[in-house]
Design a protein around this ligand. Structure first.
Ligand SMILES: C[S@@+](CC[C@H](N)C(=O)[O-])C[C@H]1O[C@@H](n2cnc3c(N)ncnc32)[C@H](O)[C@@H]1O
Length: 218
């Protein structure tokens, strides 16, 4: 893969509007209509989701290569990779039987899981788009109106990013929601878990990982 540029940002430290935006989202429900293609994708696998002994989510799975790795790591769970890009999903490798890929919007898929009482035991957010420009704050998941739903999904959440500020802002948003015991550490990569992790590690980006137990509700 070509060398990847480190996210460029004029932001120094946490975004100055972060607290306001997160607090507003925590205080108000978000009712954007669900997109029909997400609902169809969800319903096409609902029986399988309901029958699974445990669910692991790979949210924003790209080509699904990490979904395959996670499925081998969690053989007793159904590992679901979700991405909005059909072009990326079309490049999926062969997957183990306990993995499946879906094209859907994450903000819809997470709300559909909650609506139907389904909760992951583990939730991976591997290299979400960093949106490093300050004007794009609300596109970062912790400042997006769906954030309270992401928290409500519960489970052991692992976020990896090449934009350190993203991880620290996410930790701050968790603190505002009253979630403690959040860990942010820097990552040294031996075996990349995903194509973006490989690309960023090869380009010598600083990578970091946030982990938090949001509780298991299933
Ligand atoms: C930087 S890539 C990382 C892909 C993969 N996790 C990896 O580490 O190689 C971010 C991925 O998130 C997906 N994505 C971004 N926003 C999304 C959304 N709202 N719903 C679903 N997928 C989304 C993109 O299509 C893209 O594949």
């Amino acid at each position: 893969m070509p060398v990847s540029r480190i996210p460029e940002t004029s932001q120094t430290g946490l975004h100055r509007r972060l607290d306001d935006v997160v607090m507003r989202h925590l205080a108000s429900g978000w009712r954007q209509p669900l997109r029909s293609h997400s609902v169809q994708a969800f319903e096409s696998v609902l029986a399988r989701l309901q029958a699974a002994p445990a669910l692991v989510l790979d949210s924003g799975c790209g080509t699904g290569s990490s979904t395959g790795i996670l499925a081998r790591r969690h053989p007793d769970a159904l590992v679901v990779g979700i991405d909005k890009s059909s072009a990326r999903l079309a490049r999926a490798p062969e997957l183990p039987d306990n993995a499946l890929l879906l094209r859907a919007e994450l903000a819809d898929f997470w709300r559909l899981l909650i609506r139907d009482g389904l909760r992951p035991v583990r939730h991976y957010l591997l290299y979400p788009n960093p949106w490093p420009k300050p004007a794009h704050l609300k596109r970062r998941w912790h400042a997006h109106p769906v954030f309270p739903n992401l928290l409500a999904l519960g489970g052991w959440l692992e976020l990896r990013t090449n934009f350190e500020t993203y991880a620290y802002e996410f930790a701050r948003a968790l603190a505002l929601a009253g979630v403690s015991d959040v860990e942010v550490v820097s990552l040294a990569i031996d075996e990349p878990i995903s194509p973006f992790e490989r690309k960023y590690a090869d380009s010598r980006h600083r990578l970091c990982k946030l982990t938090v137990n949001l509780g298991v509700t299933r």
